[in-house]
Design a protein around this ligand. Structure first.
Ligand code: GLN
Length: 194
């Protein structure tokens, strides 16, 4: 069975664990750096990206996460998790783990629309995906190697670059597990048989 970790420093960890439980995978709640070695794929949950980054530094996760990504191991980030993955952040000099060639703007929907739901058409999944947006970022720009998977009002809200998957919304907060299934398939396809 493949091992999928959920980075459990802060944020909606439990919801991702529940969403992954619907699939035939071993779930590892990652609190220590040495757990990364066991993983075939990793989820960065939603939450608060600056807090998450502070804890990443505090618990020595920064370089190990960069190394995990450099090995080409799949990562799935939702909302704050997507912010961690962006190589460029609007209004911020330094990005975080910086694995995807995309420019992300935090809290991009403004006060009036801080939290809302919308039906999305997500490539490879369906045109009836319920997107839960909570102080969500948008993906302003993507590089050439990045595939746009979903847009909302002309803004990119889901994207994939090789083994990396990011979305602005929270699939873990609905009972629709298709996005997690999609990631699990990415992880399975990525494993080179011994
Ligand atoms: N606004 C949060 C941030 O900037 C993300 C919100 C979320 O993950 N729901 O990190």
């Amino acid at each position: 069975m493949i091992n999928i970790g959920v980075l459990a420093l802060q944020g909606a960890v439990r919801e991702h664990v529940l969403a992954l439980e619907a699939h035939d995978v071993n779930i590892i709640i990652v609190k220590k750096v040495d757990q990364l070695d066991q993983l075939d794929g990793l989820v960065f949950p939603g939450g608060e990206s600056t807090t998450m980054r502070r804890l990443i530094n505090k618990y020595g996760f920064y370089q190990p996460l960069k190394d995990f990504a450099a090995k080409g191991k799949p990562i799935f980030g939702t909302c704050a998790g997507a912010i961690l993955m962006a190589k460029e952040l609007v209004g911020q000099v330094e990005p975080h783990i910086a694995v995807m060639d995309m420019k992300v703007e935090r809290n991009a929907f403004g006060r009036q629309r801080e939290s809302f739901e919308a039906t999305l058409s997500v490539k490879g999944i369906g045109d009836d995906v319920q997107g839960v947006f909570i102080r969500a970022p948008i993906i302003q720009e993507v590089g050439e190697g990045v595939e746009v998977l979903a847009e909302f009002n002309g803004e990119i809200v889901a994207a994939k670059e090789g083994p990396f998957l990011a979305c602005s919304y929270h699939p873990e907060l609905t009972d629709d597990n298709r996005m997690h299934q999609y990631f699990v398939n990415m992880v399975r396809n990525c494993i080179v048989p011994a």
